[in-house]
Design a protein around this ligand. Structure first.
Ligand code: IPM
Ligand code: MG
Length: 372
C-alpha cells in the first residue's frame, strides 16, 4: 500500500517523538513491502515564529492532500504565561481538527501487564482496565463563540452542540462497542447543562438501533471518580470535547504514564494520529521523552488503513521493549535509555509475527475487543 503522510512535529518534544514513529513506519515499509512518503510541515509555536500563524495555509494544504497526518505535540510556555496574547499555538491544532473534519477522537486506555507497577493506583484496581474514550472533537465549548469583554473584566465561552454532531460520533461509539464488550457509557453533565440534556436525548434514541449494546449514563464528576475507583467497569466511554479531554488525561494515570497513550482522530475524509500528551517543553531536546504514545499512534494509523498485521507488529515491538526494560525514565526512573534508543529498539524489532504473538493479551486496535 502507498500512503502519503503529513508529519507535523509541532512544539516541544513533538518532533523528537514523531521522529521515532517515522523510524517505525520505515521499518513497516521494509518488512511488509509498503511505501510511505513523509512530508514535514510546521504547526504551533514553531509556525508562529516562522510565519505569524499557528497553522500556516501551506501546512493545511499538505494535510488536506495527505492520506493521514502524524501529529506530535503543541504548546509553548511563552504563550501559556501570556493570557493576553491574541495568537497562541493551540489555535493551530483546533483549526486543523476543524478543517479536516476530525469529529471523533478515539483514545484507548489499557494497562500493560509488564508495566502494571507503574500506575500509582493499586494493581487490583487497574489490572483489567480496557476502555476506549470516544471524544467528540470538533464541537462544543472548544468551538463556540468566544467573547472577551472590552473592559477585560468578563469573558464568555459558548458551548453548542447539534443533533447531527452528537449523532455521528455516537454511531461510531456504538459500533466500536459492538465489536468489544457491548457497553457504552455516556458521560455528561445533564443535571446542569442543556447541551448534555441534548446528548442524552440523542444518544438514547441512537441506542435503540443497537439493542445488543447496553447504554448507561454518568455525570462527569461521578465518572471521574469511577474511573479511578473501578476503571474496568468501562468499555466505551462516549463524551463531549471538553469532558473527553479531561477524562483521557486522567486515563493516563491508570496506564502509568501519559507518555504511553495514543489517539486517532477521524472524520469522513481525513485522519490524524497523535499522542494524547502535550509538548512537555522541559524535556525538549533532552532525549528523555517517551516515544511510545506516538509509536502506538502509528499502530492506530496502520489499523485505520486495514493493515492489521502491520499494526500488531508495531505493538509487539513496543511490548518487547517493555519486557526487555528498554524504556524511557518516565517508566523506570533508573533507565539509561533515551528517546532515540527506545525508538531504534522498537523499529528494529518490527517483524512479521509468527503467530505466537498473543493478540488478546496486550494489544491495541480500533474497534476490537483487544483495544488498549
Ligand atoms: C489534547 C490537548 C488539546 C485539547 C490542546 C493542546 C488544545 O489537550 O489533544 O488533549 O485540549 O484538545
Ligand atoms: Mg488534552
Amino acid at each position: 500500500m502507498h500512503l502519503d503522510i503529513a508529519v507535523l512535529g509541532g512544539d516541544g518534544i513533538g518532533p523528537e517523538v514523531v521522529a521515532q514513529s517515522i523510524k517505525c513506519l520505515r521499518s513497516v515499509e521494509e518488512t511488509f513491502g509498503h511505501s510511505f512518503t513523509f512530508t514535514k510541515a510546521k504547526v504551533g509555536a514553531v509556525a508562529i515564529k516562522e510565519t505569524g500563524e499557528p497553522l500556516p495555509e501551506k501546512t493545511l494544504e499538505i494535510c488536506k492532500k495527505s492520506d493521514a497526518v502524524l501529529f506530535g505535540a503543541i504548546g509553548a510556555p511563552e504563550y501559556d504565561g501570556n493570557p493576553t496574547s491574541k495568537i497562541w499555538p493551540e489555535q493551530g491544532l483546533l483549526r486543523l481538527r476543524k478543517e479536516l473534519g476530525l469529529f471523533a477522537n478515539i483514545r484507548p486506555v489499557k494497562v500493560f501487564p509488564t508495566l502494571i507497577k507503574q500506575s500509582p493506583l493499586a494493581k487490583s484496581t487497574v489490572q483489567h482496565t480496557d476502555l476506549v474514550i470516544y471524544r467528540e472533537l470538533s464541537g462544543g465549548i472548544y468551538y463556540g463563540e468566544k467573547i472577551q469583554d472590552e473592559s477585560q473584566s468578563s469573558a464568555t465561552d459558548t458551548c453548542t452542540y447539534t443533533e447531527s454532531e452528537i449523532s455521528r460520533i455516537s454511531h461510531l461509539a456504538f459500533k466500536a462497542a459492538r465489536a468489544r464488550r457491548k457497553k457504552v457509557t455516556l458521560v455528561d453533565k445533564a443535571n446542569v447543562l442543556e447541551t448534555s440534556r441534548l446528548w442524552r436525548r440523542v444518544v438514547h434514541t441512537i441506542a435503540e438501533s443497537y439493542p445488543d449494546v447496553s447504554l448507561n449514563c454518568l455525570f462527569i464528576d461521578n465518572a471521574a471518580v469511577q474511573m479511578i475507583l473501578n476503571p474496568s467497569q468501562f468499555d466505551v466511554i462516549l463524551t463531549d470535547n471538553m469532558f473527553g479531554d479531561i477524562l483521557s488525561d486522567q486515563g493516563s494515570v491508570i496506564a502509568g504514564s501519559i507518555g504511553l497513550l495514543p489517539s486517532a482522530s477521524v472524520g469522513t475524509e481525513h485522519a490524524m494520529f497523535e499522542p494524547i500528551h502535550g509538548s512537555y517543553p522541559n524535556a525538549k531536546n533532552k532525549n528523555i521523552a517517551n516515544p511510545v504514545a506516538s509509536i502506538l499512534s502509528t499502530a492506530m494509523l496502520l489499523q485505520h488503513f486495514k493493515m492489521d498485521e502491520e499494526s500488531d507488529a508495531v505493538v509487539a515491538a513496543v511490548l518487547k521493549s517493555f519486557s526487555k526494560k528498554i524504556v524511557t525514565p518516565d517508566i523506570m526512573g533508573s533507565s539509561k535509555y533515551g528517546t532515540n534508543y527506545v525508538g531504534d529498539f522498537i523499529a528494529d524489532n518490527i517483524m512479521e509475527l509468527d503467530g505466537s504473538f498473543n493478540i488478546n493479551d496486550e494489544n491495541i486496535g480500533l474497534g476490537k475487543s483487544t483495544i488498549i
